[in-house]
Each structure stands twice: as structure tokens, then as C-alpha cells.
Design a binder for this molecule. Structure first.
Ligand SMILES: Cc1ncc(COP(=O)(O)O)c(C=O)c1O
Length: 458
């Protein structure tokens, strides 16, 4: 069937056998699916040839846009040389060895041991399993709970959806599983009390965290997991002093820090990793997405030398580390990730992001004038635009009004794809976006704010 000639209805029929991740089959019946058929630079094109700036880099990953031929060549070259191989039982492809060397040159000091996977979820799942393995090896069978925060996003597997602090990821699935301690989301804009300074807010939530650790029993808590800047939860930048305070507590109570760098890794925040931005010394770090600029599915969990030593000793005792995915360390995604790191090096990617960030924030600044916009926040090349019914009181819109969706649709109609997370609009363009394209993008956002305000007056 020629998809260009199909009607919306026919397309919905064709969608019937496809369970759309985060889909809503009833919503599809009304609007029909958006069928994307090609990409070029920062643009994607739908089947009717309409072009859209991908303002969220697809799922935060298309850092190099949609037509980087070096990545295509890397995949093709690897497919011709060694199209598939595995890493079970001490085997490894040469390309994966090289990737590991290159990756660990970038990761923080002391984080030198890499376990590969194909998704952010499986990297965090591996973290959860290694936390257990590590504490069992150390003879601490009760030290297993993991602290994860409200609004956190760490994946959708049974275990990682439980770390995720977004209720819709739990509905209908009997989640979360046991052993998750839910800490507060550090959202000063939403949860700061009237007149409370950012510093006072931070010490209040740190006090709460310490109380939580004490009431759960520190001897039962193994790890704390956090995204340096929360993405899916609404682009939330931590308040000043938050992570240094958290780290003090974790050290005091002997709790591991798992940094989820799935969105923030490789430059999104203007630093190689979020842990560099906030001076975090993690024990484990999950990476994915920008690792291969999204061109191939690959993730990794990077662990500290110290944890690796304990895990290796335990594996020797047990005869094996009983964990691994068929596609762990697959050579084709590895070749693409390696070339992605080469491109980041050749472009001096942090400089590129810093330059683009300047235009990004400068051209979006007029958004702050709109009464519908409560907060424009973020850092580097990630922003959240929170829409509110009342700027002074920060009153939210009723969920049923779906104001975020209205804004998102105005952007789409103008040729810009953004993502409404409730009433917060997420924007995270490819790193290679030009100043002109950034100006076009910001104009679309400003226009969408104007049209949304008009709609709300109707
Ligand atoms: C911070 C973070 N961690 C983990 C994940 C899960 O990654 P995946 O969807 O590849 O399983 C995501 C996905 O967006 C994410 O944003």
C-alpha cells in the first residue's frame, strides 16, 4: 500500500497491530498518526513533504541531526566487516574494545568499567542488579533499597519503571515494586514556600531526605539514583547546593550514587556529563541516547573501579556474572557510537553547544513576557516552558484543558516539534542547530504562546 495515498482512517487501521509506546489508540482515531518519512539536518519530513524542526531531537537523542553521513558510513563499514557478534564469556569485538577505551577517557576519574546494553532502561536495570550483587558480595544482604525521586524518569522495565516517579508509568502495572524509597523532587519553582530562598528550600528538602534515610534505616539503603537535570519529569534544574548536600548525606550513610546521564550525557547541558556540571562523584553512570546520536540503539552502565573489583571477585567465586543481553556490545551500534565520539571530538562539541545555547536562551527570552508562561528554565540546550493559569500564584490549569497540548499543536502547525509534558513544554534541539534555525524555532514558540493566550480567552 502506498502510504502517501492512504486516508487518516486507513492509516489508523494499519496502526491496529502496533502498540504505540505512550500511545493512546482513542486519540489516534481523532487526529491520525503523524507519519515521518525522512530527515535532513535538524528537520524531519512527514509523508506529505511538510518539514518540521525537531525541537526535542526526537527523543532527546538526535544531537547530530538526521543526515550525518559519517555515522551512516560507520554503520555500513561495520556491517560489511563484522555485522554481528556478542560479548558473552569474555569474547569482545575489536570495535567495542576501542569504544570502551574512548568512552572511559571521557568518564569521570575512577569510572572505568563498562557494561553495554541497548537502552536507558536496561542500563539502569543493570545498575539495580549490580547494586544488589555488590551488597551481597560485601555480606550486606539487607542493604538493597534504592532512593529515587518524584518525577524522576529512569525507564520502563518492571524494575526501572519502579524507579521512575511518574504515576502514569505505574498505572495498571502494579508498580512500583518493593524496595524503592521515594524522595522529593527538587523543584524550587513549584515547592518553594512563599518567601523561602532557594538556599533555605534546598536545606529543607535535604533535611527531609536525611530524615527519610534515618527512618528507613541507612543499613537498608543501597543507592540513590538521579538525573542531574530531570528531563521527562518536566525539565527540572536542581536548586543551588542540592547535589553537594545530597552527596554529603550519601557519604555519611554509605549509599551509592547512580547518575542517570541518559539525557544529560555528551554535552546536552554544556558539559560532557551532568556530573561535571554539578560536581557529582558518582559510583555508577548510565548513558545512552547521545552516545550514538540516536542512530543506533546502544547504552552503557559505567561503574567505579571499586565496585568492579567487588563484582569481579564475586563473579569469580560464583563462576560467572550471570547477566548479559544478546545485543550487549553489538559491533554495529558500537561502531556508530565510536564515530559519534569522533565527531564530538572533531567538532569540539562542548564549544558548539555553548555557542548554540547562547542564541537558544537569547531568542527564547521574550517568552518570559507572556502571562501564560510561569517559568522558562533549563540549561545548555534543554529548556522547559511551564504554562500556568496565573503567574503570581503559579496556579495550574485544570488537566482536562490540556493547555500543553494546545501549545504543542500550535508549534506543530508552524513546523516545530516540541513535547508537552503535562503543561510544561520540553525543548531540546540537536546540537548542530544553526543560529538561524534557532531563531525560527524561538519565533514558533513565541507565536505559539501568543496563540495559546488567544485560545484561552475564547
Ligand atoms: C533519564 C532517562 N533515563 C532512562 C531512560 C530510559 O531510556 P530508554 O527509553 O532507552 O529505555 C530515559 C528515556 O527517556 C531517560 O530520559
Amino acid at each position: 500500500m502506498d502510504s502517501n495515498k492512504t486516508s487518516k482512517l486507513e492509516k489508523n487501521d494499519r496502526l491496529h497491530n502496533f502498540l504505540s509506546p505512550y500511545g493512546n489508540p482513542h486519540a489516534n482515531a481523532v487526529s491520525g498518526p503523524l507519519v515521518i518519512s525522512r530527515g535532513e539536518g535538524v528537520y524531519v519530513y512527514d509523508e506529505d513533504g511538510r518539514k518540521y524542526i525537531e525541537g526535542v531531537s526526537a527523543l532527546w537523542y538526535a544531537t547530530l541531526g538526521f543526515s550525518e553521513s559519517r555515522l551512516v558510513d560507520a554503520a555500513f563499514g561495520q556491517l560489511k566487516k563484522l555485522p554481528c557478534y556478542h560479548a558473552f564469556g569474555n569474547k569482545i569485538s575489536d570495535v567495542c574494545l576501542e569504544l570502551t577505551d574512548r568512552l572511559t577517557e571521557l568518564t569521570p576519574e575512577g569510572l572505568n568499567h563498562v557494561f553495554y546494553g541497548s537502552s536507558g532502561s536496561d542500563a539502569n536495570d543493570t545498575a539495580m542488579k549490580l547494586v544488589r550483587y555488590y551488597n551481597n558480595a560485601l555480606g550486606r544482604p539487607n542493604k538493597k533499597k534504592i532512593i529515587a525521586r518524584e518525577a524522576a524518569y529512569h525507564g520502563t522495565s518492571l524494575a526501572t519503571a519502579s524507579l521512575t516517579g511518574v504515576p502514569r508509568n505505574h498505572w495498571g502495572f502494579d508498580l512500583p515494586i518493593e524496595g524503592i524509597v521515594r524522595a522529593k523532587c527538587p523543584n524550587y519553582y513549584r515547592d518553594g514556600l512563599p518567601g523561602e530562598s532557594e538556599e533555605a528550600y534546598t536545606s529543607r528538602i535535604l533535611k527531609d531526605l536525611e530524615q527519610q534515610i534515618e527512618s528507613e534505616g541507612p543499613e537498608t539503603i543501597a543507592a540513590f539514583i538521579a538525573e542531574p537535570v530531570m528531563g521527562v519529569g518536566g525539565v527540572i534544574v536542581p536548586p543551588k547546593g542540592y547535589f553537594s548536600g545530597v552527596q554529603k548525606l550519601l557519604k555519611k550513610y554509605d549509599i551509592l550514587f547512580i547518575a542517570d546521564e541518559v539525557i544529560s550525557g555528551f554535552g546536552r547541558l554544556g558539559f560532557m556529563f551532568g556530573v561535571n556540571a554539578f560536581e557529582i562523584q558518582p559510583d555508577m553512570m548510565a548513558i545512552a541516547k547521545a552516545f550514538s546520536a540516536g542512530y543506533q540503539p546502544i547504552s552503557a552502565l559505567v561503574i567505579s573501579d571499586e565496585i568492579n573489583e567487588v563484582v569481579a571477585k564475586k563473579s569469580a567465586e560464583l563462576g560467572t556474572l550471570g547477566h548479559g543481553y544478546t545485543y550487549s556490545a553489538h559491533p554495529v551500534p558500537a561502531a556508530v557510537a565510536l564515530e559519534t565520539l569522533n565527531i564530538y571530538r572533531d567538532l569540539d562539541i562542548l564549544k558548539v553547544v555553548k555557542k548554540a545555547s547562547h542564541t537558544f536562551w537569547e531568542t527564547m527570552a521574550p517568552l518570559r513576557e507572556f502571562s501564560v508562561i510561569g517559568e522558562l528554565r533549563g540549561m545548555g540546550l534543554i529548556a522547559g516552558i511551564e504554562l500556568v493559569a496565573d503567574r503570581k500564584t503559579k496556579e495550574k490549569f485544570p488537566v482536562a484543558r490540556a493547555v500543553g497540548k494546545i501549545f504543542e499543536t500550535h508549534c506543530l502547525n508552524a513546523g516545530l516539534i516540541v513535547r508537552a509534558i503535562g503543561d510544561t513544554i520540553a525543548v531540546a534541539p540537536p546540537f548542530i542547530i544553526s543560529d538561524d534555525e534557532l531563531r525560527t524555532m524561538s519565533n514558533c514558540l513565541i507565536n505559539a504562546a501568543r496563540l495559546t493566550e488567544l485560545d484561552l480567552k475564547k
